[in-house]
Design a protein around this ligand. Structure first.
Ligand SMILES: Nc1nc2c(c(=O)[nH]1)N[C@H]1C(S)=C(S)[C@@H](COP(=O)(O)OP(=O)(O)OC[C@H]3O[C@@H](n4cnc5c(N)ncnc54)[C@H](O)[C@@H]3O)O[C@H]1N2
Ligand code: MOO
Length: 407
């Protein structure tokens, strides 16, 4: 890791350098075994292996009658009824020649039978049943025809969502090896900040609009949010908050206090705790004050205080960090896609820009939102994409394709 730059810092790193530093610094935290019920949204650290065959035995695919195909003598044949096989029942006796066994979907097929005639095609007559000759599907699911015991059903690296959960449960897996979730704490600082819902009576205050959003983003990308610590604009306050934040935490996100103001104290407060900086300042817009370092094993990401800048940089840095720490891989959160610009995008910038934009619902069009102020917040209500405009890029005309990230 690079050594701590002197304060005040300049926009030291390029966006690509900063991404490379963070990518290299964030390795998966370790493996733990969790019960299936706790495995949702976690990332597999090893393959999920089938513990049983599915189906477990040759089974009926329909409710009806199990028969031998060779017993059919004409278009309709009369069979003697021989007991019943039900789902959850044990293997029935072998089917006698000329007999039909009542059977339900999922029930084991008696030895000798090779076909199930559906219930709705059968005519019962006392202790016998008259069945039509059918040449279609035999309605038998052979043992292990879905998967066999020992098969790797979900590869390491899969995220457990509802579909994977069905597969793991069907495989009779009790516990899964998953990567440990990074435990994350948010620190916000500012004398002006109050818990949302408490600002109205005092014009000197504003709602803390970042804490819950950052915790939510963290949870969405696979972290275990531990909560927020708020502090006033005093070094001692911040330091006390940071000491509390360190406890059992893998990743601290500090929002605000990142810039050059004499009250922007975040790094100054954390230095005596052993903070080692990797970069402070990135040539990007928004996000110039972004910084990253470590205190021991704890990662510390410093976001600019301006809310849209904070959320944009969190999407570009925090989300991939969480994915990397939780075994899903840094790039899991950086799935760029190309969209068609709905208007000209003029202007060259000397910094890489990541602009709030709105996709059109119908196609792959995207419109950059006009007022791009890092302190603005209302635009986030409709900014579902970030458009990348690299430094010194030539102006883009309507219809050209731009790289975008889901925001
Ligand atoms: N002289 C300079 N001034 C500024 C620079 C610069 O390079 N030189 N950079 C500007 C940029 S870019 C940004 S972004 C901001 C970032 O400043 P800080 O990270 O130090 O953030 P604060 O000063 O603490 O706050 C800035 C602004 O954001 C509001 N804020 C902070 N936290 C929250 C929160 N949790 N919820 C809602 N709003 C929050 C805070 O009230 C301030 O209005 O600095 C520029 N200045
Ligand atoms: O870059 Mo600041 O992060 O523009 O608002």
């Amino acid at each position: 890791m690079a050594t701590a730059p002197e304060l005040p810092c300049h926009a030291a790193a390029t966006f690509d350098d900063a991404q490379a530093i963070v990518r290299q610094s964030c390795a998966p935290l370790g493996v733990e075994w969790v019960p299936l019920a706790k495995a949702g949204r976690r990332t597999l650290a090893g393959d999920a292996i089938a513990q049983i065959d599915s189906p477990r035995r040759d089974s009926a695919a329909m409710d009806g009658f199990a028969v031998r195909s060779e017993d059919f003598a004409g278009d309709f044949t009369r069979f003697v009824l021989q007991g019943e096989s039900v789902a959850g029942g044990s293997q029935p006796l072998p089917l006698r020649p000329g007999a039909a066994m009542r059977i339900s979907t999922g029930a084991p097929i008696p030895l000798g039978a090779d076909r199930v005639v559906m219930r709705e095609h059968a005519r019962l007559d006392g202790k016998e049943v008259i069945l039509p000759r059918t040449s279609g599907k035999p309605h038998v699911r052979p043992r292990a025809s879905d998967f066999a015991k020992g098969t790797a059903l979900l590869p390491a690296g899969s995220r457990i969502g509802p579909r994977a959960m069905v597969v793991a449960a069907a495989a009779d897996i009790a516990k899964l090896p998953v990567w440990r979730q990074p435990r994350l704490r948010v620190m916000v600082n500012g004398d002006e900040l109050v818990v949302p819902g408490n600002a109205a009576p005092d014009v000197d205050t504003i709602p803390d609009s970042l804490s819950e959003a950052l915790l939510l983003m963290a949870r969405q990308w696979g972290a275990k949010p531990l909560g927020t610590l708020r502090s006033m604009d005093r070094v001692e306050d911040l330091r006390a908050a940071a000491m509390a934040a360190m406890d059992g935490t893998d990743l601290i996100v500090v929002a605000g206090g990142a810039s050059h103001g004499h009250r922007d104290l975040a790094r100054r407060a954390l230095m005596p705790l052993g903070l080692r900086m990797a970069f402070a300042g990135v040539a990007m817009k928004p996000g110039k004050p972004l910084w990253y370092g470590r205190i021991g094993r704890t990662h510390v990401l410093g976001l600019p205080g301006n809310p849209t800048a904070a959320l944009t940089t969190a999407r570009l840095f925090l989300a991939p960090m969480i994915c990397a720490l939780s075994g899903a891989g840094f790039d899991q959160a950086l799935q760029w896609s190309e969209h068609r610009l709905l208007h000209d995008a003029p202007g060259r910038s000397d910094r890489d820009q990541f602009l709030c934009a709105a996709g059109d619902n119908a196609g792959d069009g995207v419109a950059i939102i006009e007022r791009q102020e890092a302190s603005a917040q209302m635009l986030l209500a409709r900014a579902d994409l970030l458009v990348e405009r690299r430094a010194h890029a030539v102006p883009a005309v309507a219809g050209s394709r731009v790289r975008c990230l889901r925001f």
